[in-house]
Design a protein around this ligand. Structure first.
Ligand SMILES: [Zn+2]
Length: 308
């Protein structure tokens, strides 16, 4: 069970498999109504993109309760079992002012227990997909949820449509002087810097996407592209696949409008830039931060701040 492969990132947030999805149960159309009438069910109630959390004994956990009468008429998805208890995700109303305990996944994803993080990430990804894919891509008819929330079916032509996941590569590029390449996306806040990332294109391998993105964004050539781990990133529906790569050129040319600035950092330089606030690194929940820390050689002390 314990993984000794040190080429992989340890303990990336949102990646635990503590949730048993019980996919074989999804085809039962009576499953959700039955579970939402059972007080033993635990409901993950999404409001906007946030969930209620509570602090218990210094730990942060999702505040999960039994079903409410209104849940039966809300959009729901069967998430599976954890600790022998059935969990259902429900999309409730937008948050009201009274919901002071609501937190987003970006805020708490790195601090939740494994099951809580998996429940949050799965509910959010599915809710995002249902919200943005209401129509049949074949005939334009409004589709309806099926398979306990894991499929949408067209009532006109009976076609089935599955949740989509957009694959993105994210890569720590290091040069022969052991410096790390960080870039400021034009959408980031002032000083916000991260490793490069981009979506995989149709017909492309992951390693080819890494090389293409680095070339397109900063004009640097890379080799030795190595897989380091991956992470579901439901903002709205990505899977981030993490790599390291070695730069064979170091001159930086910003080629498209996506990157506002990019530069190479030594470890001491990065530590002082983070300390004086001139560089803001990604939050601990992200695989971006873990890739930076893989190069750095340990945890990087930095205030938690949003890049965007
Ligand atoms: Zn259709």
């Amino acid at each position: 069970m314990a993984r000794a492969d040190r080429s992989l990132l340890p303990q990336v947030a949102l990646t635990a498999t503590a949730l048993d999805r019980r996919a074989e149960l999804r085809g039962d159309d009576g499953l959700l109504p039955r579970l939402l009438a059972d007080p033993a069910t635990r409901v993950v109630r999404l409001r906007g993109d946030a969930l209620a959390v509570e602090e218990r004994d210094g730990d942060l956990r999702l505040a999960l309760g039994p079903p409410e009468p209104d849940d039966a008429s809300r959009f729901a998805v069967y998430l599976g079992e954890a600790g022998g208890v059935a969990h259902v995700g429900v999309v409730a109303n937008a948050p009201g002012e009274e919901d002071a305990s609501l937190r987003t996944l970006r805020q708490v994803g790195a601090h939740l227990d494994d099951v809580g993080a998996a429940l949050f990430a799965t509910t959010l990804a599915l809710a995002n997909w249902h919200r943005t894919h209401p129509f049949c891509p074949r005939c334009g008819t409004q589709t309806v949820p099926a398979q306990s929330g894991w499929v949408r079916r067209c009532p006109r032509d009976d076609s089935e449509h599955y949740p989509r996941t957009d694959v993105a590569v994210i890569m720590a590029v290091v040069d022969d002087a052991d410096r790390l390449l960080l870039a400021q996306n034009s959408g980031f806040r002032r000083g916000g810097m991260s490793v490069l990332a981009g979506f995989v294109e149709p017909g492309e391998t992951l390693a080819a996407a890494v090389a293409r993105e680095v070339d397109e964004e900063v004009g640097v050539a890379v080799t030795e592209v190595r897989y380091r781990g991956d992470q579901p990133w439901p903002f709205p529906s990505s899977l981030m696949v993490g790599f390291t790569a070695r730069a064979t050129t170091t001159s930086i040319t910003l080629r498209d409008g996506e990157i506002a600035a990019a530069r190479w950092f030594g470890r001491d330089e990065l530590v002082s830039a983070v300390a004086d606030g001139s560089v803001v690194v990604p939050g601990r929940v992200s695989i971006a931060r873990r890739l930076i820390e893989l190069w750095f050689g340990g945890p990087l002390e930095a205030p938690e701040a949003a890049l965007r």
